[in-house]
Ligand binder design. Structure first.
Ligand code: XMP
Length: 515
């Protein structure tokens, strides 16, 4: 999609928070994109450019080859906001001074200001802000004034209202700065003079129109998994092109309880989408027979999926496009922590070279969106909450949670136990506080006693984590009664299990899935 409204560019200096800055700007209703700090000027200076944010970053302006923006950005006549390292860049390049702080500052500080700057308009005169810096500005550039200070940081907020350049030493984008969103909103609305035009309603209208023009009566193929991204992609496309969309859903027998039925019900019965359901449980099971190595499992599942998908595509014939649910975090060119430009562009869910092989053009209608925006689009398109807020699920499905050999019987055992765990979590109202919760079946048997009988059955593990992006995760703290109820129900209701463990390892050192 070619977004036509105003754009705020976040220049990324390797900050862990760059994505968060862009998300906050979008929450304020203004479209924002992230670009590496050293992109050519013409990439930044588009006709819709309304403002620039210089992100934080791990570097020091004093280090050799410190990452610096192109000086021309200061002549573009658009407002600029520097955050943390970003404000130090201002100071360094525009004639001020940056030095190592007497005391490195991490955590909450209290910002005091007089309330007479546009950036801090409406913000309490004393407000908590989140600091994380080693260097700080010690002399401001000519033309700048000091707008706020903390105990250890005399130039916590500086600005040159005439040139519309502002800088903050703290991080307004993080939740620990409670009035940060107000500051970001002041920057984008008052200083950059933009209206809130970036709404998911506008996105849907514009994208549907563009999809229609681009696809122009031709046929589109879409792999539907029942996950949020592919579901939203499918429904959005269906709105745009109706029956020219063909979705293929492969039931590989490795899905969660009730999942295939739910996908058919929602997409075929409710949305009336052309849905081609391939019942391929047997094929997957026989390909996985005797396999216990996790990598081998993944390879087998991946290549069989492509094989089946290709067969379906051939059957449909006469296709022109392949739709994918690629999201913005997958396509951002990020800057590595060392400050050097690196292109970590992932090819996401790319269906095994199929586009080239079948001469299909890729369509990725969600590639500008963050996950929470995709959820919002899905909600507005009427996709049920059950899909929109479902925990992430790995492509190879239950095979990575069925440790050891994957058999029909073990999968049934796992599916039942997993459904009980999720049911108990939902009953306790905790589902949306958890990033991912699932049961993992171990290839370990232990002795138990049920009634008067000695049993010898498998062991399962309850895994539940909180996370922001799955890169790191912490284990979820359940109250003992939920664990007790889940364990007792699993042992009573699932015939293949007589012992339940819980996993209290964070990531790192563990991963979320067991494999
Ligand atoms: P780990 O286990 O590496 O997982 O901590 C991080 C996140 O990725 C999910 N995951 C996958 N998602 N295809 C996917 O689409 C996969 O092959 C895959 N493997 C892991 C995992 O569930 C967790 O959310």
């Amino acid at each position: 999609m070619e977004y036509k409204g105003p754009v705020i560019v976040v220049l990324d200096f390797g900050a862990q928070y760059s994505k968060l800055i862009a998300r906050r700007i979008r929450e304020a209703g203004v479209y924002s994109i992230i670009l590496p700090y050293n992109v050519p000027l013409e990439k930044i200076n588009t006709p819709n450019l309304a403002g620039i944010v210089l992100s934080g970053g791990p570097a020091s302006v004093h280090q050799p080859h410190a990452p610096l923006p192109k000086l021309e950005i200061f002549d573009l006549q658009v407002p600029i906001l520097g955050i943390c390292y970003g404000v130090q860049i201002f100071a360094q390049l525009l004639g001020g001074k940056v030095e190592p702080a007497h005391q490195k500052e991490y955590g909450i500080a209290y910002l005091k200001h007089k309330g007479n700057s546009e950036l801090l308009n409406g913000v309490h005169k004393e407000t908590p802000v989140w600091m994380s810096h080693g260097d700080q500005v010690t002399a401001i550039p000519p033309g700048f004034i000091t707008m706020g200070a903390t105990e250890n940081c005399p130039y916590a907020v500086i600005g040159n209202p005439e040139r519309r350049f502002y800088g903050v030493q703290f991080h307004p984008e993080v939740v620990h700065t409670p009035e940060g969103q107000k500051i970001i909103s002041n920057f984008v609305h008052t200083i950059c003079q933009t209206d809130s035009t970036w709404t998911m309603g506008n996105f849907i209208t514009q994208t549907i129109q563009e999809l229609r023009e681009k696809i122009n009566g031709k046929k589109v193929l879409c792999a539907l998994s029942g996950g949020v991204d592919s579901s939203v992609t499918a429904v959005l496309l269906h709105r745009a092109i109706g029956d020219n969309l063909h979705c293929v859903f492969v039931d590989n027998g490795l899905l969660r309880k009730g999942e295939p039925e739910m996908v058919e019900k929602v997409f075929r019965d409710n949305f009336h989408i052309n849905l081609h359901c391939v019942k391929a449980q047997e094929r997957f099971l026989s390909a996985l027979k005797g396999i216990t190595d996790p990598e081998q499992k993944r390879k087998i599942i991946g290549s069989l999926f492509i094989e089946i998908f290709e067969e379906e595509a051939k059957k449909l014939g006469d296709l022109s496009f392949l739709a994918q649910g690629t999201l913005y975090p997958d396509v951002i060119e990020s800057v590595s922590a060392t400050g050097g430009p690196s292109s970590t562009i992932k090819s996401h869910h790319n269906v095994g070279g199929l586009p080239e092989k079948m001469n299909l053009q890729l369509i990725e209608p969600l590639r500008e969106l963050f996950k929470d925006e995709v959820r919002d689009v899905g909600k507005q398109l009427g996709i049920p909450d059950e899909i929109i807020h479902r925990h992430p699920f790995p492509g190879p499905g239950l095979a990575v949670r069925c440790i050891g050999e994957v058999t029909a019987e073990r999968l049934d055992t796992l599916r039942e136990a997993d459904a009980i765990f999720i049911e108990e979590i939902q009953r306790a109202g905790l589902y949306n506080q958890i990033w991912q919760a699932f049961v993992c079946l171990l290839p370990v048997k232990s002795v138990g006693v049920q009634g008067d009988e000695r049993t010898y059955k498998e062991v399962c593990v309850l895994r539940a984590v909180t996370s922001e992006d799955a890169m790191t995760a912490d284990w979820f703290r359940f109250s003992p009664d939920i664990l007790q109820r889940t364990a007792s129900r699993i042992c009573n209701e699932v015939s293949g299990i007589n012992r339940v463990l819980t996993d209290i390892t964070s990531k790192p050192p563990a991963t979320i899935e067991w494999e």
